[in-house]
Structures are given as structure tokens and as C-alpha cells.
Design a binder for this molecule. Structure first.
Ligand SMILES: *[C@@H]1O[C@H](CO)[C@@H](O)[C@H](O)[C@H]1NC(C)=O
Ligand SMILES: *[C@@H]1O[C@H](CO)[C@@H](O)[C@H](O)[C@H]1NC(C)=O
Ligand SMILES: *[C@@H]1O[C@H](CO)[C@@H](O)[C@H](O)[C@H]1NC(C)=O
Ligand SMILES: *[C@@H]1O[C@H](CO)[C@@H](O)[C@H](O)[C@H]1NC(C)=O
Ligand SMILES: *[C@@H]1O[C@H](CO)[C@@H](O)[C@H](O)[C@H]1NC(C)=O
Ligand SMILES: *[C@@H]1O[C@H](CO)[C@@H](O)[C@H](O)[C@H]1NC(C)=O
Ligand SMILES: *[C@@H]1O[C@H](CO)[C@@H](O)[C@H](O)[C@H]1NC(C)=O
Ligand SMILES: *[C@@H]1O[C@H](CO)[C@@H](O)[C@H](O)[C@H]1NC(C)=O
Ligand SMILES: *[C@@H]1O[C@H](CO)[C@@H](O)[C@H](O)[C@H]1NC(C)=O
Length: 787
């Protein structure tokens, strides 16, 4: 109620401001030193026809600067906001056009530049609010040096272009124009995609896309007939066909507060507003990912979303239930045998949009699924899908929860009455314990009892597995370098202080490279001569220490000859650093794509097998199954002995949204992504199999998956390989003389791995067997090229 009242109050203030603005003479030419004030006239500059105003408008208890449609219908439409994430200013602010640009003068002689073009060689000279809704600043030659159309917030107007690499971000509410929860990105890969802002912009985060991945589109456009379309050169892809072209109609497309991108027409004559199109066209707000925050699930009644916390969790912000939930008790540490305070709570009919990190365990029973999670220190929750009888372990935070009658969620909780401890950092949180219905309590108890019976057996098995993973067949230890320090024998990676790592890298002096996750520096282990690579993560999901450490333990416990070893980490303050063994011979990309020379055939076959074995280990061996998600030659490193090792496994999870723009870009343009990434289909281990298939063909042919300086039918490697395979001309593919039987085998494996249907691709286990030449390989069907 309070918000409704303030909204009405806001409207009345706003309309009175508008009314005063409308009484002003119409400026279309703003000269230097002209200024505006929030409460004394003029408060805005109008466009020649008076339909748009630029200036101060009331927001909260202060004023913001922006552009709005002046049509005085009830709800005023702000189409652009300056510095939207700054606090509103007070009534004694002054906005002035100076030769540096638009200057905002505040109390205590604080000055902010609202609009300036630092690369312009000429000074600002005049400005104009145009009838298109564009506010422009000119130099003395009347060349435009700055315009709001280049800095969109949540709206594009007719005539405005959203170029590749730019985005719209929704507002928080209708009356608070700060950056909200949703974004629409015109991606460099030609796809127009909507994601929640708080996400990694990975394909599985998207809730709508234009489906034009890699079709070359370079911009999103809106014309004065209301046609919304994407464009490259003279090719267009229409999102809406045109409507009327009338001078009283104003077309605009806004990414609204609820995450839906809407095309509106405002008729200035009749003061009406119409919605002409919506993307996505959905009546269920729960379909918009990010409507509910982490660890909460979305239910909807009559088109209204209601976000509910997981049991044992509480709203991060009680006034803003969509902002997500946090656990108010920590789960107890992992002493599995003598801990009877941890149990699995059963939540029926709720599912979570899966991310890529946990592979499903096939063929489990519903009970077995909860048990498996209870036993696994890294598991916080498990999903059981009754249709396919699969069980998927999950770590926190859980995202995109929705109602789905085929799935059961199990959440690990601590039983307070059985002596569970409160999480120290959360002490003082409300509630004395999870609010659990009696019936549920009963079923959990039954579960625990039945669990107890098999606990002994399973923990024995788990222990066995743990040790066999750690020393696969005893080989790791013996084959290891003789100067292997004691560190390598520790079970968990070591925790370093920031100071130690600064010393180790000589003040982060020698940069080895930059990747999607941050910068890598060379260093030497304290007190030894062992070389290390220190990866400084630029920004990771702010999950707190516990989650970071859990993650590090998972990664650190994953040992295999063909995986780059994580030796330690640092999580001091906001710093997150990872310490890896140093790989002296660069990446596979350096090796196979370099212009002068390439490894010989036997070497290439061996490297392919190395990689396949590494991925097989991630997918199918050891306790935590990991989908890599980003297999590509740049992520495969070569050690002193030219053994290929996979790096960055398990890391995609730590990425923050701001960094992932490049991440998505790299993935999008390189062509290692399986087709299901673009279809919003569930991602399984088979996505890695696809990427491996592409890498395998690259290794075989010593060329990139896409090359422009070749004849036309050879541009896309996969097409080219299939073509040569069908024509029996495999020798065309390789740069050297090779064993044709082996070549035939590797190509067949590559073609099987890159089948567009995930189910048709072999498992990595089969891939290893096929590469080793131990099984016959049938003729692969043509790879699908569906997008
Ligand atoms: C804008 O105003 C300035 C001075 O007020 C004048 O010199 C200039 O010619 C005007 N420009 C236009 C396009 O009217
Ligand atoms: C808008 O919302 C943000 C985030 O909740 C808040 O910090 C800011 O003060 C709000 N602005 C106004 C004018 O209420
Ligand atoms: C104004 O906004 C309210 C609530 O957001 C909406 O119900 C109403 O239809 C809007 N009126 C117009 C004229 O757009
Ligand atoms: C800055 O001004 C120059 C002309 O002086 C123009 O070419 C450039 O596009 C402007 N940059 C922006 C971001 O508006
Ligand atoms: C697009 O432009 C190219 C050359 O610039 C021309 O050959 C082609 O016919 C044009 N296509 C259309 C649909 O106008
Ligand atoms: C709409 O009308 C204006 C003027 O009447 C004209 O300049 C413009 O080209 C028209 N736009 C379209 C897309 O037809
Ligand atoms: C387990 O439960 C029993 C009684 O049910 C209790 O005496 C014992 O202290 C509990 N153990 C732990 C580790 O909490
Ligand atoms: C779950 O969904 C099924 C089928 O829609 C329904 O029969 C059952 O009552 C639901 N269970 C709960 C706990 O809501
Ligand atoms: C919690 O512990 C109490 C006391 O040990 C026990 O009676 C109760 O069944 C437990 N609840 C669950 C859900 O395990």
C-alpha cells in the first residue's frame, strides 16, 4: 500500500513538473552556459514539437536527469536516464552546457560531467533535444560529438540503433530508473539474447533469443513504422513487421521492469499507448529466468510471480522477496560417520534449471538420490527426475527454481534439535529452525533410517573410490617428477596468503597470459624452486569463503595425469587466486595452429588420446563428476614432457557476469559449442564430447575449425571433413603423410562426436576405446548442422 501511495504522489509531482515544463518556450537550440534547475523554471529543454523533454524529473526524494515523453497521459514514460545508478540529486543542483559537455553542479562545489566525449577533438558548442527523442551535443561546426542514442538505458526509439556488443538493462521499478534485473544483449555473435543481469550470460541463463546465432547480424533497429529488425549489410531479420507511419505515433521498444522486451506505440493525439509486440510472449512470469533470486523458486498465480525460499533458507531482504534467499544455518562439516544432525529435506514438484557443472548419475532410485547427496560433502541439494530416473547433485546457490511435477528436490539441512550448530556468521537470523511440516519430518526420518542401513557399505566404497582417484592405479606417484614436493601429497590444495603469492610471483611481475577468468602470472613456490602459475581471478561470484573453499576442494581433489593440477588457492578479503603447476610448453593452440611446422602424426594421435583420457576422467571417474563446458585448444596445456593437460575445469562456476561478455564472445565465435547450447536444451557431458570432436578434427588437420582464407567448401572444418570423408579423399585433410587407417579412425571418431543429437554422440569412455583402436567404429551419419 505504501508503495502505491508513493507512486501516486510521484505521479502528481511529476505531472506538475511536466505542466510547468510545457509552459516554457520551446528550445531546439541550447547554447553554451545555458542551465537548468530541478525546481525553478525551466526544469527541462523541449524538442521542437514539444513531444520530448530533457531535464530534471523527480525520483525518490530527489531528482534525476533524463528524457521523457511529454504526452500527459497518466503514466509518464522516461526513455533515457543519465548516470542511472547514481543517487538522485537535491533541489539545488544545476545542469549546465559547457564547452566540456553537460555539467552537473552539486552542493559543496562537486561537479559531475553527464555527457562528454573524451575522444572528440573539438569543444561542445550547442545542444539540441530532437523530435526523435535523441538529445545531441554539437561542436561549433554543428558536427555531433555526443548523443543519447549512443548510450541507451532500457529503451530504443524509432531511428535508434543498438549495435553489436551493446545492451539494454531494465529499470528496477517504474519509478526507480536504476539498473534492474534483466538485460537484452545484441551479441557480437549476431544473436539477440535476454539474460538475468545476475548471471554468467551463458546459454543456459538465457530466457529468450532471436535464434540468429552466427548469422552475422550487427545491430538491432527500430524504424518509424514500428518495424523492429536486425540488420547486417542489407540483410534483415524482422522481429515485427511494420505498422502505421503517422506523425502522431511514437514507437519505442523497452526492456521492461519484468524482463519482457515490449514494442509500444504512443499516440500523442489520443493520449493512448498500445503494446504491439512482446518478447518473450509469455503469460507466466516464472518463465523469465531471474524473476526470483538465488535459492528461491518461483510460483505464479494469475500472472503474478511469488518467490519462495528453500526450506531452511530466509529472504535476503524481507521487503524484496524476489531478491533471493540465504541459508540461516550452515550444514555441518563433513564427518559422515558420526554425524546425525544432517538430513535431506524433500521438496516435491520443484525443479531448477540445471547448470553445466554436475553430471547426472543415471539409474538411481528416488531415495538413493537423497542419500547420495547426504554422503557427499560437496553436495548441497539433489534433483531427482522421475521420468528419466536421473539424480543430479547440486551445489549452492540454486538458480531458476520453478514448479515441475516430475522433479523432486532434496535439500541438505541441519537438525537443530539433534544438536546442529548455528552458523556463526548468521547468528541472530530469525527463526529457531526450519519450518517443517510434520508429515515431511516423518518421511525424512524414514529416509534416514533406511539410509543408515546402507551407510556403512557406501562410505566404505566412497573411501575406496577416493583413494583410487587420488592415486589412479598407483601410477601418479611413481611416474611423477622426482622433485615432486611434499605439497603434492596433501589431499586438499593448500591455502596460501596473499602475501606469500605476491612474494612467489615477485609482485605479479611476469604475466603468462590473460584468459576469461583473469590474468596468469609465473612464480616459484615459497621455499623451493618449483615453478607455478598463479591465476588471479578478476571477479568471482560473491559466494563467500565457504563456497569458494568447497569449490577449491572439489577441483583440488581431481587428480589425473591429463589434468592441470591445482596446488593451492588464496581467498583473502576479496582476492581470489589459484595456484597451478606450471606448464612449460604453452597451449595446444600454440602447437597445432602455428604457421611453421606442426607435431608429427604419432605425436598428434598421442595428444588426442591424452585429452580424451582427461575428459573421460572428469566425466566418469572419481566422486565429483565435472562437465568442463569449455574444451578448446587454448585450454589444453603442454607440460615439460609434452603431455597434454586440460586446464580450467570446474572454473566456469566462479565467473561473474561482467567478465563473461568476453567468455560468451570467445565461445560464440570459436565454434566449439554443441548445438544444444543454442537451443536452451539441457547440457550434459555430451556437450564436452562435441567440443572434443571439434578439437580432435583440428588436431588431425592442424587447422582451426573455421578458416576464411581457404576455398569456400573448406571454410568450416566439420563440413570439409565430412565432405572429404564421403568422397574418400581423406588425404586432402592432413598436411603430411600419415597412416591412412589411423586417419580414417580418428576422422570417424570426430564425426561421431560432433553429431548434432547429443544422444548419438559416444561417451568419452567409448571415445577412448575407439581412439585406442580397440573397437570397430561404424560409419558415422552426416553431422547435423542445425543451429
Ligand atoms: C544556435 O544558437 C546560437 C547562439 O545562440 C547561434 O549562433 C546558432 O546559429 C544557432 N544555431 C542554429 C542551428 O539555430
Ligand atoms: C533505487 O533502487 C536502488 C536499489 O534498490 C536504491 O539504492 C536507490 O536508492 C533507489 N532509488 C530511489 C530514487 O529510490
Ligand atoms: C499506468 O500504470 C498502471 C500500473 O503500472 C497500469 O495499470 C495502467 O494501465 C497504466 N496506464 C496507462 C495509461 O498506461
Ligand atoms: C566523439 O566525437 C567524435 C568527433 O569529434 C566522433 O567521431 C565520435 O563518434 C564521438 N564519440 C562518441 C562516443 O560519441
Ligand atoms: C545486398 O548488397 C549486395 C552488394 O552490396 C547486392 O549484390 C545484393 O543484391 C543486395 N541484396 C539485397 C537483398 O538488396
Ligand atoms: C515515414 O514517414 C516519413 C515522413 O512522412 C518518411 O520520411 C519516412 O521515410 C517514413 N518511414 C517509413 C519507414 O516509411
Ligand atoms: C546423535 O544422536 C544421539 C541421540 O539421538 C546423541 O546422543 C548424539 O550426541 C548425537 N551425535 C552427534 C554427533 O550429534
Ligand atoms: C506434485 O504434483 C503431483 C502431480 O501434479 C500432485 O499429485 C501432488 O499432489 C504434488 N505434490 C505436492 C507435495 O504438491
Ligand atoms: C531431529 O532430531 C530430533 C532429536 O534427535 C529427532 O527426534 C528428529 O526426528 C530429527 N528430525 C529430523 C527431520 O531428522
Amino acid at each position: 500500500m505504501a508503495s502505491a501511495t508513493s507512486y501516486i504522489l510521484f505521479l502528481s509531482i511529476f505531472s506538475s513538473v511536466l505542466a510547468r515544463g510545457a509552459a516554457q518556450p520551446r528550445h531546439s537550440n541550447i547554447s553554451l552556459e545555458t542551465s537548468l534547475h530541478p525546481t525553478t523554471n525551466p526544469t527541462s529543454w523541449l524538442s521542437p514539437s514539444g513531444r520530448f523533454a530533457f531535464g530534471f524529473f523527480p525520483e525518490g526524494t530527489g531528482f534525476s536527469i533524463g528524457i521523457w515523453l511529454t504526452a500527459p497521459h497518466q503514466n509518464t514514460t522516461v526513455i533515457w536516464t543519465a548516470d542511472r545508478d547514481d543517487l538522485p540529486v537535491t533541489k539545488d543542483a544545476e545542469l549546465k552546457l559547457t564547452n566540456e559537455g553537460l555539467k552537473l553542479l552539486l552542493q559543496d562545489s562537486e561537479v559531475r560531467l553527464i555527457a562528454q566525449n573524451t575522444s572528440a577533438s573539438t569543444d561542445a558548442f550547442s545542444a539540441s533535444m530532437l523530435d526523435s527523442g535523441n538529445f545531441v551535443i554539437y561542436d561549433s561546426n554543428f558536427d555531433v560529438i555526443w548523443r543519447t542514442f549512443d548510450h541507451p538505458t532500457d529503451t530504443i526509439m524509432a531511428g535508434q540503433v543498438l549495435p553489436a556488443g551493446s545492451e539494454l538493462v531494465s529499470s528496477i521499478t517504474e519509478t526507480n530508473h536504476s539498473s534492474g534485473k534483466f538485460q537484452l544483449i545484441m551479441q557480437n555473435d549476431g544473436n539477440l539474447v535476454m539474460y538475468p543481469v545476475e548471471s554468467s550470460d551463458n546459454p543456459w541463463d538465457a530466457y529468450w533469443s532471436s535464434g540468429t546465432y552466427l548469422q552475422g547480424y550487427q545491430s538491432l533497429n527500430l524504424d518509424d513504422r514500428g518495424r523492429l529488425y536486425m540488420l547486417h549489410d542489407n540483410v534483415t531479420h524482422d522481429l515485427t513487421s511494420g505498422f502505421q507511419n503517422r506523425t502522431t505515433l511514437v514507437y519505442r521498444a523497452t526492456l521492461d521492469v519484468d524482463g519482457i522486451f515490449r514494442l509500444y506505440s504512443d499516440d500523442l493525439e489520443s493520449n493512448t499507448q498500445h503494446i504491439l509486440a512482446e518478447f518473450p510472449k509469455s503469460t507466466d512470469p516464472c518463465q523469465i529466468k531471474g524473476t526470483c533470486g538465488v535459492n528461491s523458486y518461483c510460483t505464479s498465480t494469475d500472472g503474478q510471480a511469488v518467490c519462495k525460499c528453500l526450506p531452511g533458507f530466509d529472504y535476503l531482504d524481507g521487503d524484496e522477496k524476489s531478491s533471493g534467499c540465504t541459508r540461516f544455518f550452515a550444514t555441518s562439516p563433513c564427518n559422515l560417520n558420526n554425524d546425525n544432525t544432517t538430513y535431506m529435506y524433500t521438496l516435491e514438484n520443484v525443479t531448477w534449471l540445471l547448470d553445466c557443472y554436475a553430471a547426472p548419475m543415471p539409474e538411481t532410485s528416488k531415495e538413493g538420490c537423497g542419500e547420495a547427496c547426504l554422503k557427499d560433502c560437496n553436495c548441497h541439494a539433489a534433483l531427482f527426475q522421475s521420468g528419466s530416473n536421473t539424480c543430479i547433485k547440486q551445489a549452492l546457490p540454486m538458480k531458476y527454481g520453478v514448479i515441475d511435477s516430475s522433479t523432486t528436490t532434496f535439500i541438505k539441512l541441519v537438525n537443530m534439535s539433534a544438536g546442529g550448530r548455528r552458523d556463526g556468521s548468521q547468528a541472530g537470523s530469525p527463526g529457531a529452525g526450519p519450518d517443517i511440516p510434520t508429515k515431511q519430518k516423518l518421511s525424512s526420518t524414514i529416509l534416514i533410517v533406511s539410509v543408515a542401513a546402507v551407510t556403512g557399505i557406501i562410505s566404505a566404497l566412497a573411501a575406496l573410490m577416493f583413494f583410487s582417484c587420488r592415486y589412479p592405479a598407483g601410477r601418479y606417484r611413481r611416474v611423477g617428477r622426482n622433485r615432486e614436493p611434499a605439497l603434492a601429497d596433501e589431499i586438499a590444495p593448500r591455502s596460501f596468503s596473499y602475501h606469500e603469492l605476491r612474494e612467489a610471483t615477485d609482485g605479479f611481475k611476469e604475466e603468462l597470459g590473460k584468459g576469461a577468468f583473469g590474468t596468469v602470472f609465473q612464480g616459484t613456490l615459497p621455499g623451493g624452486e618449483r615453478l607455478i602459475a598463479v591465476k588471479k581471478l578478476e571477479k568471482v561470484v560473491e559466494e563467500g569463503e565457504r563456497e569458494f573453499r568447497t569449490e577449491m576442494r572439489t577441483i583440488g581433489r581431481t587428480h589425473h595425469k591429463n589434468l592441470v593440477r591445482l596446488l593451492g588457492f588464496c581467498d583473502e578479503g576479496t582476492s581470489r587466486l589459484l595456484v597451478y603447476e606450471f606448464m612449460s610448453n604453452g597451449s595446444l593452440a600454440d602447437l597445432i595452429f602455428k604457421a611453421d611446422g606442426h607435431p608429427d602424426w604419432d605425436e598428434r594421435v598421442r595428444i588426442a588420446l591424452d585429452i580424451a583420457r582427461g575428459i573421460h576422467y572428469l566425466h566418469e571417474e572419481c566422486e565429483t563428476r565435472i562437465i568442463h563446458c569449455d574444451i578448446k585448444p587454448q585450454n589444453i596445456l603442454m607440460d615439460d614432457n609434452w603431455t597434454a593437460k586440460i586446464s580450467d575445469f570446474g572454473l566456469a562456476k566462479l565467473l561473474m557476469p561482467s567478465q563473461t561478455r568476453t567468455f560468451t564472445g570467445i565461445r560464440g565465435t570459436r565454434g566449439y559449442l554443441a548445438p544444444e547450447w543454442h537451443k536452451n536444451a539441457p547440457i550434459t557431458v555430451k556437450a564436452d564430447v562435441y567440443s572434443f570432436g571439434i578439437v580432435l578434427l583440428e588436431i588431425v588437420c592442424c587447422r582451426k575449425n573455421m578458416e576464411l582464407e581457404v576455398e569456400e567448401d573448406a571454410i568450416i572444418l566439420l563440413d570439409w571433413v565430412h565432405h572429404c570423408f564421403m568422397d574418400g579423399e581423406l588425404e586432402k585433410l592432413v598436411p603430411d603423410e600419415v597412416d591412412m587407417t589411423e586417419l580414417n579412425r580418428l576422422v570417424k571418431v570426430g564425426l561421431w562426436c560432433t553429431q548434432s543429437e547429443p544422444g548419438s554422440r559416444p561417451s568419452m569412455k567409448n571415445v577412448v576405446m575407439m581412439l585406442e583402436g580397440n573397437v570397430d567404429i561404424s560409419l558415422p551419419p552426416p553431422p547435423g548442422f542445425s543451429s
